[in-house]
Design a protein around this ligand. Sequence first.
Ligand code: ZN
Length: 273
Amino acid sequence: MAQVNRVGLVKKANVAELVFFSGTMDCGKSTLALQMDHNHRARGRGGVRFSCNDRAGDSTISSRLGLRTDAVEVLDSTDFWDEVVARRTNGLRVDYLICDEAQFYSPLQVEQLARVVDEMEVDVFAFGITSDFRTRLFPGSQRLIELADKVQVLQVEALCWCGRRATQNARTVDGIMVVEGDQVMVGDVAPQNTGDDTAHVEDTLPLETVPVQDTLPMDTAPAQVVGYETLCRRHYMRRVTAHAANLMAGEDQPLPFDIDACLWPGAGAVRRS
Ligand SMILES: [Zn+2]
């Protein structure tokens, strides 16, 4: 039964929701997460921000536009039910949770979020990318799609270097696109305190030197250049990143060069399925 509150907004009575805002990298998820947190806080609601493996470091939500705030880092041991109970026991108000980088949460943690919604009437707004650099769903994102009351695909579209809508997240290691490896590998660390638009462009180039920060156990962890780039499916399948396209463009090919005629080394290797 719907009711109208004091400011005239219609809200279903006492029905909390689990909402999953999904998209590729660079589609503004963290920006929206911070804006939503602000809006609810401004209306007097109490919330908790969570994140996991944010590009700017632990216990942080950062957006490409330069916004940044603190957050509770989600660990393997994190239990969302316990997190909410602990705060309420201490007299803190918890009306909603902002859950950024939710693709990194475990399926069990996503189920805890659903239970928090159903049994404690806490709204949960989860933000994450759906699929990894191999085009496979992250387990956390899969569970969110399965359980969420609403899945909203963000309308700000990330773009491939060619201008098409980017639907895939590609990983590069030492400048070369890879399609195998551990699912979670943090890279693409943007320069801090960059609020201008050029940072966004620079982010798409896989040239940021960062040590491999693998959250999974790994025998050897050599320093490699790990980057991420959004590509359209066509260029993902052909492994043509912006870097590769620039190399080919530098080979005296007439522009616009026919990218489909270009055989980038390894381009055929991804056609395995
Ligand atoms: Zn493309």
